[in-house]
Design a protein around this ligand. Sequence first.
Ligand code: NAD
Length: 479
Amino acid sequence: MAVAFKHYINGRWETGVTLGVSENPSDLADVVGEFARADAAQTESAIRAAADARDAWAASTPQRRFEVLDAVGSELLARKDELGTLLAREEGKTLPEAIGETARAGQIFKFFAGEALRIPGQKLASVRPGVDVEITREPVGVVGLIAPWNFPLAIPAWKIAPALAYGNTVVFKPAELVPGCAWALAEILSRAGLPAGAFNLVLGSGRRVGQTIVESPLVDAISFTGSVGVGESILAAATARRAKVQLEMGGKNPLVVLADAQLDRAVEHAIQGAYYSTGQRCTASSRIIVESAVFDRFAEAMRQRTRALVVGHALERGTQIGPAVSREQLEQDLAYVAIGRDEGAEWLCGGEALERPTRGHYLSPALFIAQPRHRIAREEIFGPVACLIRADDYDHALALANDTPFGLCAGVCTESLAKATHFKRHAQAGMVMVNLPTAGVDPHVPFGGRKASSHGPREQGSYAAEFYTTVKTAYTASG
Ligand code: NAD
């Protein structure tokens, strides 16, 4: 088979030192493509290319950056059905979800095309007579972008687009499970008018490619999205050599349902937040904390809705829940279902491996009633496994919501303005939702969390400038 997905280094397509295979998790007989895998030396050549291109791209005009990013955004939007099909085939989310993600990636490129024309600065009066003070933002330099598999177009978009908009050059390393999506995005970028070396794609393992990027003295900043364990090792390595670093990691997001909530709507938010995208979202509602007065009614409605969800091939019309992304992820999901049962959580439904006409990593969405101490209520599972937790009242629910090492997103369903307002102020999370699922965010506003979920400046919106630029203060004698 010809290598379908290659590296893009210094303006050229390159094959790898070794090869990997990208499989369709809905149908293991369907090979999405073979992909190149780089070693440290090939990764270093991409880093050098980005370093060599750095001054030229930093000097590019805002208009040129706008045109490049706008063209990428337009092409993603125009090809959203075709690229969404590739995404659904490679990652396993349903086709409507995958098309939606592709469109979102296009919108992100267009937003940052506009940001390239709005790079902020400030002019202030000095405390000294005869002196002017200017504060400007400059590119950081070479940025290493390391992405997970669960949003294979949107997450790369929200890293690559601001990096280029603010004048940085890029070495992008996607997750090994989704090389086809990364290649498709790189192919669009390769025709968008960038100078050679300004954008580089290197495919391969975290240990070889990722670690080489993190440890290279030529890489000025690293933006990582992925698991807590890998994030912490990157933080240690990057901090040791004083590189700028931004981490977006896991979540164990609470959705609080109060007794005065519209229960039907709350059930729909919980189902959407817990199970859509197969629960493989850092913002998934994996802890559904329900006030005692409505707990039994809510649990029964939730059980019925969960059992009715249609699990199937990601490309099949009518599928609501696609497969787990990989055998490892499926095994992790099933292991947590077993842990839940062993620890004494009350099983309500699901959590079984399923067979479908094509061989894939299918499982039925699982629902438990858990105690706050249970591992399924504390650890990120990253699959369609959710637990219900009983709360005595609002104060207890808020305390349970905050009783987690993570702090990405927190939601509340209530008709009370006073409680919604209190929750918005006191939830220990970077993002709060009122009468909405915890998953599902806008691209033009900041995204990120607190505690073990995130480190460093926020991603997305105009707040992305904090990470992708460095501030300069200039004094000029005016008289
Ligand atoms: P992961 O940590 O295994 O891998 C993420 C990326 O890091 C991959 O590209 C991987 O190859 C690379 N990597 C692995 N080891 C490395 C190393 N030693 N040095 C450098 N790079 C290395 O995560 P994953 O399984 O791809 O994604 C799932 C995780 O991502 C979940 O924990 C999820 O919560 C998290 N996530 C977080 C957000 C967020 O914004 N908070 C968004 C999506 C996913």
